[in-house]
Unconditional design. Structure first.
Length: 127
């Protein structure tokens, strides 16, 4: 599992704020990302894209499957704040990947049907 600190570092690297993996983010840059994580995750949850618990400390984990699409989404949401331009196509792609991950394991999506044996039993009772 990735941590909030990993998330912040990866977002800042993708925004070209950090030059290398060994660079440490400034307190101001890290705070700018951390302060937006909660509201952005709440936005994703209220739009029924996915639910990811807001990490409250640097040690809180984020599931590995959600990490990369979440980084991509956060990068696009924070691009203007760090002097870049939003790529709406990339943001929509990240949102679609997050939505797909949250749907996994929730069935096939096919219409539910009634078992024929239950239908026969229902018909017999009504007679």
């Amino acid at each position: 599992m990735a941590t909030r600190a990993d998330l912040v570092r990866e977002v800042l690297q993708d925004l070209s704020v950090l030059d290398a993996v060994t660079d440490a983010p400034t307190a101001e840059d890290a705070a700018a990302v951390v302060n937006r994580i909660g509201p952005i995750l709440a936005e994703l949850a209220s739009a029924e894209v996915c639910y990811i618990a807001t990490p409250t400390s640097d040690d809180d984990g984020i599931e590995d499957a959600y990490f990369e699409p979440l980084v991509d989404y956060l990068v696009e949401k924070l691009a203007k704040k760090f002097g870049g331009e939003r790529n709406l196509e990339r943001m929509d792609d990240a949102k679609a990947r997050l939505r797909k991950l949250s749907r996994m394991g929730r069935g096939t999506g096919r219409m539910l049907t009634v078992d024929p044996a239950l239908r026969r039993a229902s018909i017999r009772r009504s007679i």
